[in-house]
Design a protein around this ligand. Structure first.
Ligand SMILES: [Zn+2]
Length: 342
């Protein structure tokens, strides 16, 4: 089968590898679509960071070149021996956490992922345990199924921020996670929020989805932000991951407000703890997802996560030339690689 294999910094190769065979309790998924995310770009252009090229991964035991891809949908095309409650032909989204026995309570904190710590899904097929697949209802397409993973990241962050219908919120960052956070807020009935995003292209897409946007590089940004937030918002979502956002977010919080950090940061960030202390503001964090796929897929089935304006598909063989290039230049917001389509 075909597979995109990571060999090191800016060295990703399309190769022919043997098809994996499912063992007991496992299923084989013929991959339909696989999304490219920021962590893939980090590994390819700045890494290796998490991919165990030189060492043995403590959880997965993987070592050496790896099949990339951790945001996938597909069709079950084989099941392992023994009793298993999915059937060949069922459409699924894959939750790419590599689970170890006994880690159920906090499995998102034991971060080992297919596509980063074990072979992933940018290949014709992948074998995963039964528990890693979530069957898609008819209303959810395979394109949407490949987005269940990144949407779950945003959904969990919004859940943990625990905002109420009357709260006002500012989302920093209009990339895939910021967009999914905005859509999650809307799905939960929250309508008083704005998305702060420096890229004009992204702001246009976000405002076309019906959301208020603000440009942090505009000279009147602070003025506009103040007029939007008034005496302060109850919550901020930091999906931007750039240092100035932490201060901006803390500034716009009302007393008692919560700042949810869902973005990774390349550099340590300095903040004034007294500014939090004197107004009892709270910083929260959220990583990955824990049992969020079922809720997200239900919301996708209800149409809460439209994809037409911010998601594009690229042919499998064009991953490097078209897919990575358009993401790096900012021309694409979210790219799904069409592996076998469907
Ligand atoms: Zn990802």
């Amino acid at each position: 089968m075909r597979a995109w294999i990571y060999h090191g910094n800016q060295d990703v190769r399309l190769e022919d590898v043997p098809e994996p065979v499912p063992g007991p309790g496992e299923v084989r998924v013929r991959i339909a679509y696989n999304g490219i995310c920021g962590s893939d770009l980090h590994e390819i252009f700045n890494g290796p960071m998490f991919i165990p090229l030189e060492t043995v991964h403590p959880t997965t035991g993987h070592h050496g070149p790896i099949v990339l891809g951790h945001e996938a949908s597909g069709i079950v095309d084989a099941v392992g021996p023994g009793e298993i409650d999915v059937e060949v032909g069922q459409r699924v989204a894959i939750e790419p956490v590599f689970r170890v026995p006994g880690d159920d309570a906090h499995y998102n904190l034991n971060a080992a992922f297919y596509g980063l710590s074990a072979n992933g899904f940018l290949a014709d097929c992948a074998v995963v345990p039964r528990r890693a697949v979530h069957v898609l209802p008819d209303e959810v397409s395979l394109i949407e199924g490949a987005l269940s993973e990144p949407i779950s990241v945003a959904w969990r962050a919004v859940e943990r921020a625990d905002v109420s219908v009357d709260d006002s919120v500012v989302v920093f960052g209009g990339g895939p996670i910021g967009i999914a956070a905005a859509l999650s807020l809307r799905a939960k009935g929250i309508d008083k929020f704005a998305v702060v995003e420096p890229s004009r292209r992204r702001r246009i897409v976000v405002s076309e989805m019906g959301f208020e946007t603000l440009d942090p590089s505009a000279t009147d940004f602070q003025e506009k932000l103040t007029s939007f937030v008034g005496s302060g918002v109850q919550a901020c979502v930091n999906a931007a991951g750039v240092a100035p956002v932490m201060k901006q977010a803390i500034d716009v919080l009302a007393p008692g407000g919560k700042l949810m950090v869902v973005a990774t940061h390349v550099e340590p960030v300095s903040i004034d703890l007294n500014q939090l202390l004197m107004a009892e503001k709270t910083i929260l964090t959220s990583i990955g997802y824990r049992d969020d796929f079922p809720s997200v897929i239900e919301q996708q089935a209800r149409g809460a996560f439209p994809t037409s304006s911010w998601v594009e598909t690229v042919r499998f063989e064009d991953l490097v030339e078209t897919g990575l290039t358009r993401l790096r230049s900012g021309e694409a917001i979210k790219t799904l690689i069409e592996v076998n389509g469907g």
